[in-house]
Design a protein around this ligand. Sequence first.
Ligand code: 13P
Length: 237
Amino acid sequence: MRTPLIAANWKMNPAPAGALGTSSPYRTHAAVDVIVFPSFLDLKECLAAKLIAGPQFASPEEPGAHTGDVSMTMIKTLGCRYVLCGHSERRADHGETDADVAAQVIAALERGMHPVVCVGESQEQRKAGKEKSVVKKQLAGLPLESDITIAYEPVWAIGTGKTATPADAQEMHAYIRSLLPENRRNGTRILYGGSMKPENAEELLKQPDIDGGLVGGASLKPDDFGKIVEIAAAMQK
Ligand code: 13P
């Protein structure tokens, strides 16, 4: 049994109103693990408010002369357990390569943190029928035998309102699971991300290999996010 995990990626947005309050839907839930990925500016306040919070990126370098970056070690010292690695927007905006992402994942694990690693193909790659080979390559350099979470986020579904069909998402999730080493095949959570919202969450989350969601736009709307968490909580798998 894998406990569902619903993660909010607030991207470059402030924390939604009420997120830090006592009845915040971003608090972890009896039946669902809930994590928030705020901007660096909001991280400390989220932790102080007892949300389970991590950064959207952290540098694998040791603290030192790296202007503009925040290191994995600093994040760990702050009290974060989770860190997002390799989001497609980081890959596109900052040129992060698969090797960069692997270095982040390894640095996180070395510091006792839990990486949530994003993979996913572009529209062109899917049109060319290359989605599985792209994802396989993105996973190839990762320490898959370790305790990590994988988020499958097809790039064409992020922020576009287009969602992978539950069947397509399930097919990719099952494929990703088949690539995991035996010792981690059942235990690793694989999240879906890309225009997840209350209207489509049930169909997606009910797929056997979809263990939760990495939610962008809808995570900025507390009511919608809370609904997704409740849908995951009600899921009988
Ligand atoms: P949207 O939910 O806005 O499509 O974003 C998904 C995402 O990128 C989460 O990391």
